[in-house]
Design a protein around this ligand. Structure first.
Ligand SMILES: C[S@@+](CC[C@H](N)C(=O)[O-])C[C@H]1O[C@@H](n2cnc3c(N)ncnc32)[C@H](O)[C@@H]1O
Length: 245
């Protein structure tokens, strides 16, 4: 039946059904039951239509916080720069980056329904479906992008920590990699493992840390226990030139 209803109208109809904090919280908590990556991606497929409105209810600020961090350090030609948006979802990060003058975006995500909304935004030159951690990023992307971002997807059950090495590989020497993670109790073990890997890559001479921004009111808490806001962090790294062997 849905096929005959324009997408914008479907969006409105479904959004009014879920768009209160309690209902959004119930939707997110239902995702915590997803044990496999396939289930998680299915969850995003089912959430795609309501995602933008629901994360606005959560006061999800990661895309704008990441864009501010990149923008305050990027000194190149923004119009010409190409950004790889990993786990791009519906395209909220590209939308923010566009307000800072960036104009070229390539996106990757595991969820076809999220990608479909990103496609409709008209912001991306290219969008690919890939399951990070299982499908490698294309080899032709090595040393290709001025900026690589992964926002809102580095957490337990989503994108594994080891994928950050692939993000660094796809970045041009001298380019930037921006990542975010949450710092709520449930994600602290993952965050610790992520920070160890970021540091190890610095010791391996792959990149240098430009800034880490810790934010207290990252987004509204949805866990059964807590309320208020959870903290989170934005990491900005600069890829170092390759050292001749
Ligand atoms: C919270 S959303 C973030 C989307 C967007 N970056 C933003 O900030 O609005 C997480 C996204 O990561 C994608 N994702 C999670 N794990 C993934 C994986 N292993 N491979 C590919 N995509 C994944 C989901 O499909 C979803 O679109």
């Amino acid at each position: 039946m849905m096929e005959n209803v324009p997408r914008t109208q479907r969006f409105y109809t479904m959004s009014t059904a879920t768009n209160t904090f309690e209902k959004v919280k119930a939707v997110i908590l239902s995702a915590h039951k997803s044990s496999s990556l396939g289930e998680k991606v299915n969850f995003y497929n089912s959430w795609a239509e309501n995602y933008d409105q629901d994360v606005a209810v959560l006061e999800y600020r990661a895309p704008s916080l990441a864009a501010n961090s990149i923008s305050s350090h990027f000194s190149g030609d923004r119009e010409a720069a190409v950004m790889l948006d990993v786990a791009c979802g519906t395209g909220l990060v590209a939308k923010q980056m566009k307000t800072h003058g960036f104009g070229h975006f390539v996106g990757v995500d595991g969820s076809e329904a999220m990608l479909e909304i990103a496609r409709e935004s008209g912001l991306y030159q290219d969008l690919k479906q890939a399951l990070l951690g299982e499908d490698p990023l294309p080899v032709q992307w090595v040393d290709s992008f001025d900026v690589v971002v992964i926002i809102g997807a580095l957490s337990e059950g989503q994108v594994q920590v080891c994928v950050v090495r692939e993000l660094c590989k796809s970045t041009k020497p001298g380019g930037y990699v921006c990542m975010t993670t949450r710092a709520n109790q449930e994600n602290l073990e993952y965050k610790g493992a992520l920070e160890l890997e970021l540091k190890q890559m610095e010791e391996d001479g792959l990149w240098s840390c430009v800034e880490v921004t810790n934010v207290q009111d990252w987004e509204r808490a949805v866990s059964e226990k807590g309320d208020g806001y959870i903290p989170g962090a934005v990491y900005l790294y600069k890829k170092l030139p390759h050292v001749a062997q």
